[in-house]
Design a protein. Structure first.
Length: 319
């Protein structure tokens, strides 16, 4: 393993830069040359690569976003696009690729591996939607951003004695809504993994109000959507004044938390170690506080399960 390339792909996540730094520095430490690819798979197809020095990743550990930029590249999903990318990798003499991204980006890495090119995945997404790892890089920071927002909304919700519905990111995975809901003291969690009954929600809100609870918070995941309409329907059914806030891309930015910087550093270094040891087609993760690696096919085949205990705990603690 002489030349390693790395890219960031899919939705950006705080901590991606810390992972980029870890890959670049540990590869150089181990005597490899490192190439940064701009704009994910788009840059790979376009040949937008540059050699990175130790200084290329200086002063980025604390920065959100990704210095390599990120993109969604439909051309790479087609075999023709991937052949172009493989050609670029060969022309530059690259021996292995580190892909920092979410499940879509991992599918791309998996396809490259199947075409014979060594690729390793590092989980970078705020969604925390990869079943094989306890945490993805960016989730912790996004969670803290959401909790900060909940606290602010809580102030005004209290003053006006309103219900606040807070819609957060997560199309298929409700982890941001669930864990921010637990940490933010929400009354109700609405996520794609679990059915809900609107009348039961209204009943809980009315009972809470009758017991003297002046305001409530509902966390709702983007995958369920419709927070503004839900606020109106709840108001119509219960008479409780309701407001919806969609947090949006604020959740994707900001300086990464200590936790995200730490796991990004560990995972980036692990990805390089795997390539140097001749491994391919693997993903890096964290399980029970240890950095792990796993076959990429196996990891992508794992079904993500809702933590029902946490879901129930939110309900119990918000009676
Ligand atoms: P994320 O990695 O955050 O899940 P996406 O799902 O948008 O984000 O995927 C990022 C990129 O990964 C896509 O734009 C595409 O280039 C590549 N990709 C996604 N799915 C596949 C696939 N099935 N085969 C090859 N490449 C894919
Ligand atoms: O995958 C990360 C994520 O932020 C999802 O939570 C969200 O559904 C999606 O990306 C938004 O993507 P875009 O940046 O293209 O609007």
């Amino acid at each position: 393993m002489k030349k390693i390339a790395l890219l960031t792909s899919g939705g950006d996540a705080p901590g991606m830069n810390a992972a980029v730094r870890a890959v670049a520095r540990s590869a150089i430490y181990n005597g490899c040359k490192v190439y940064g690819v701009n704009r994910g798979y788009r840059g790979l197809i376009d040949g937008d690569l540059f050699e990175m020095e130790l200084s290329s990743v200086g002063d980025i550990i604390h920065r959100g976003g990704t210095i390599l930029k990120s993109a969604r590249c439909l051309e790479f999903i087609e075999e023709e696009g991937r052949k172009k990318a493989l050609n670029v990798l060969r022309v530059f003499g690259i021996d292995g690729l580190v892909v920092i991204g979410g499940d879509g980006s991992f599918k791309g890495a998996q396809k490259l591996s199947e075409m014979g090119f060594p690729a390793i995945g590092v989980p970078g997404t705020i969604d925390n939607d990869l079943a094989y790892t306890d945490y993805t890089i960016g989730f912790d920071t996004a969670l803290n951003t959401v909790i900060d927002a909940i606290s602010k909304i809580r102030d005004t919700s209290y003053s006006h004695e309103r219900l606040s519905i807070i819609e957060v990111m997560g199309r298929h995975c409700g982890d941001i809504a669930l864990y921010a809901g637990l940490a933010g003291g929400a009354e109700i969690i609405i996520i794609p993994e679990s059915d809900y009954n609107e009348d039961d929600i209204c009943k809980k809100l009315i009972q809470s109000k009758n017991r003297g609870k002046a305001h409530s918070i509902i966390m709702l995941a983007e995958g369920v959507g419709g927070s503004r309409d839900l606020a109106q329907r709840i108001k119509d059914k219960t008479g409780i004044e309701s407001r919806a806030t969609i947090l949006g891309h604020i959740q994707r930015g900001g300086s990464p938390s200590a936790f995200d910087r730490i796991i990004a550093s560990q995972m980036g270094a692990k990805a390089v170690e795997l390539l140097i040891n001749g491994k391919s087609s693997r993903v890096v993760g964290i399980k029970n506080n240890s950095i792990i690696d796993m076959d990429i096919h196996e990891a992508l085949a794992m079904e993500r399960k809702l933590d029902k205990d946490i879901y129930k705990l939110v309900d119990i603690l918000s009676i």
